[in-house]
Structure formats: C-alpha cells, structure tokens
Design a protein around this ligand. Structure first.
Ligand code: UD1
Length: 420
C-alpha cells in the first residue's frame, strides 16, 4: 500500500489544467451500454474508479480502450447482464449499469453496493424510480435482480429524505431514454454531472429536456447511436486545488475550471478572504491574508457540495475564528475530523455538524485516509503543516484524483509517493 509524504510550508503557485469530471465519466461510460455502437469519449480522467467501470463494461462484453484521456468504447454485439460483487464492492458507482442494462437487454443482476465510509448510502430511490418504469425488481442473495422487457414512461417524484439523488436521477433517466412514451422526473438532481450525462445521451439520439432543473422530461426513442463526446471539467478537483492554493497561501490558475459549477463554494472562499478572479478559460485563486472563519452547510447543487466539505474543513482549521460546518447529505462524513485533530486542529463534532476553532498552525503527523475526499483534506492539511505529514491508505485518493502528487509537485508542493 502506498502512502504520501508531504513536507509542509511550500505555497502552490502556477497553472494547472483541470481534468475531466469523474462523476460524469463514470455514468457516461456506463450509459454507452444503452446502444450497440462505437463511442469516442474525450477528457476521461485516468483514475482507479474509471479502471473499475472499464472492467465492469468488459465483464459485460463491451470493449474499452484508453488512449491517454480518450476512451474508445465498443458496445456492439451481445452484452451480459451481471455486475458481480467483486467489482461493485470496489466502487458503488458500478450500479450505473443497472438502468442501461434494463433498457437494452431487459435484465440486470447487479450486486448491492453495501456499506460505505461516509454513511449508509441506500439505493432505494434508484429502485423506486426504475419500478415506476415498470421494471420488476427484487433483492436476492445480495444482488439487485431486475427484469424490464417493456419499460414504460411514467411521472416520477424521485426525491428522498435528504433531497434529490444524483445517481438515481441518472439511472432512471438513462433507462427512460429507451422506455415507451414520456417520463417526467420531478425532484431531479440538478448537478452539472447530471446535465453532462443528459447532453451525452442527447448526442446519442435521446430526447431529454430540462436537465439542470428539478424536472427532467425524457421522450423514449427506439434506438440510440454512438457519438463523440467531451466530458466537463471536474469541479471537485478544481475546488480541491483551489483550497490547496488558499491553505498554502499561494496563487494558482485553474485552467478549464468553470465558476458556474462552483458558485456557492467560491462565495465561501471569498468570505474567508481568498481572492478569486474569473477569466475566460478558468479562474485564478490567490491567498495572502489571514484565513477568516465562516459557517457552511452542504446541500444539493447549486448549494455547497458535500464533496468539498472535508477539504474546506481543513482550511477552516487554520482560520482566525470559530466556524461551524454542517453535513446535510451524508451525516457520517466526518472521518477526516479525528485525523485533522491529530495534526493539531481544534474540532468538536456534534451530530451532523462540527465546531472548528481556528489554530495558528497544524503539525505534520501520521494520518490515515478513510475515503476519497477525506484523504484529499489530509493532503491539503499536510501542505500547510509544519514538518512532514504521512498520509496512509492513499488508494482512496487515487480513486478520484489523477496523478495528484505530480500535479501538486508541478505547482511547488513537496509531496512524494512511497510504498508502505
Ligand atoms: C453522487 C456522487 C458523490 C456525491 C453525491 C452527492 C458519483 C459517482 N458520486 O453520489 O460524489 O457526494 O452524489 O452530491 O457521482 N440516497 C438515498 N437513497 C438512494 C440514493 C441516495 O437515501 O437510493 C440519499 C443518500 O444517502 C444521500 C442523498 O440521497 O443522503 C444524496 O445521494 P446521491 O445524490 O444519490 O449520491 P450518489 O449519487 O451516490
């Protein structure tokens, strides 16, 4: 198992090009299964999760060739219907093949994803939506056992008790592209990644309207076809690097990043004293003041993203006041907190929120990554800490950030990967 060694105290400076969005690339690759054709998908980030969805597609009979950040996918010929536990347990998002398989082959056997470090993460909303399309679904021996030879359009209210679901919106939208008649998804997730998948499917011949709003209309078509498509930039990678610049008192330009995907996050950055300059092809982040305090509450898009909560918490550890961070999407998403405390942070957890009293500095320590964004938060903390930070179990960070240590090093960070 690899670990990162980070020598803190070096400001991030320079320009970095933001990679393609993981959370778009995964469902886009999965939804190629809806068609029997060839695809060229550009801007695919090279991540562990992408290698996992590639394996899932290959097990199902498709071929996926990665040429740099370009994926050539061929879904012609017969496809299977089983996504086995061995793959799904590596990555929950493997469930994105459920809707496409139901729509294309009328049958799907997809392992239940099981638990997750950031909370219980049920998939009831996915199943509720697909059942409304007249799929017949049961849970047997740890698998979602689904039949759906005659999917029919329906009016579906998809929201759950924590708000809309990104995954369920995409799964149901994908299945509905080939269902008979019109589907309307009310309470749809509005995340840019949902819009990206809808735009991709429309390029394949689907008839989807309203993506990016709470109500998506899908007019079923008989067949979809292959296409060339370029994935949007990863707003969470951009946000993570922006916090890296802020926490290390640096100045970076995030090439390709879109401010409109990060408005609430950027307004919080500005509130704590970070300068953000929007430019034609990205935005710049500069920090040369004391870090101010603020309160944050995570929310579905366009609110503050839960996927930026851990990283922003790391930043607020060094503020000159008291901040409250409330997690409203995944209540248990605080695994980074005790690790940050080991680095000298003053954080107290109360149910779904933490109270952070800013400290003047963090200290290098041995810490353990527990999930993707928590590990990013620890790396960011390490950039600013005095001395050396060792972050263990970094396979979590490899799930979502392409070659992060080299890209941080190019910006001036002192970070190395070492075999444990
Ligand atoms: C996606 C993202 C993840 C991000 C999350 C919220 C991918 C691969 N992952 O995850 O990085 O943190 O959106 O922006 O795109 N829920 C249910 N039942 C369900 C589905 C969800 O109760 O069937 C709940 C979840 O527990 C959570 C909330 O709904 O409280 C939102 O989750 P959801 O949007 O579905 O997250 P994912 O799609 O899994």
């Amino acid at each position: 198992m690899d670990k990162f060694l980070i020598e803190g105290g070096h400001s991030l400076k320079g320009e970095v090009k933001v990679k393609g969005a993981k959370n778009s690339a995964l469902p886009i690759l999965a939804t190629t299964l809806l068609c029997e054709d060839e695809f060229t998908i550009e801007n695919v980030p090279l991540l562990r999760d992408i290698f996992t969805i590639k394996k899932v597609l290959e097990v199902l009979g498709a071929s996926v060739t990665l040429d740099g950040n370009k994926a050539i996918v061929d879904t012609r010929g017969a496809v299977g219907y089983e996504a086995p536990y061995e793959l799904v347990k590596q990555m929950r998002a493997s469930y994105y093949v459920l809707g496409p398989l139901l729509a294309r082959v009328g049958r799907a056997l997809v392992s239940l994803p099981g638990g997750c470090a950031i909370g219980t993460r049920p998939i009831d909303i996915h199943l509720r939506g697909l059942k409304k399309l007249k799929a017949d679904i049961s849970i047997t021996h740890g698998y979602i056992d689904a039949y759906g030879n005659n999917l029919k359009g329906s009016h579906i209210f998809l929201e759950g008790q924590n708000g809309p679901s990104v995954g369920a919106t995409i799964n149901v939208m994908a299945a509905a592209t080939l269902a008979k008649g019109v589907t309307v998804i009310e309470g749809a997730a509005m995340e840019p990644e949902v819009t990206d998948v809808a735009n991709f499917l429309n390029k394949c011949g689907a008839k989807i309207k309203g993506q990016g709003t709470r109500s998506i209309e899908i007019r079923g078509v008989k067949k979809l076809h292959g296409c060339e498509y370029e994935i949007i930039p990863d707003r969470i990678e951009a946000g993570t690097l922006a916090v890296g610049a802020a926490i290390s008192r640096g100045e970076i330009f995030l090439k390709g990043a879109k401010t409109e995907h990060l408005e609430e996050f950027i307004s919080k950055l500005k509130e704590v004293g970070v300068d953000v300059f929007s430019e034609k092809d990205g935005f710049a982040v500069k920090m040369d003041k004391d870090i101010g305090s603020t309160d944050i509450e995570t929310a579905p898009f366009p609110g503050f993203p839960t996927d930026m909560q851990a990283q922003f918490t790391a930043l607020l550890c060094l503020s000159n006041g008291v901040s409250i961070v409330r997690e409203k999407i995944f209540e248990e998403r605080f695994m980074h907190v005790l690790e940050l405390v080991r680095m000298g942070a003053d954080i107290k957890r109360e149910n779904d929120y933490v109270i952070i009293k800013g400290v003047p500095c963090l200290y290098g320590a041995k810490v353990m990554a527990s999930d993707l964004r928590a590990s990013a938060a620890l790396v960011l903390a390490g950039l600013s800490a005095s001395g050396t930070t060792e972050v263990g179990r970094i396979y979590h960070i490899d799930r979502g950030y392409e070659n992060i240590e080299e890209r941080l090093r190019n910006l001036g960070a002192h970070i190395w990967r070492q075999e444990e």
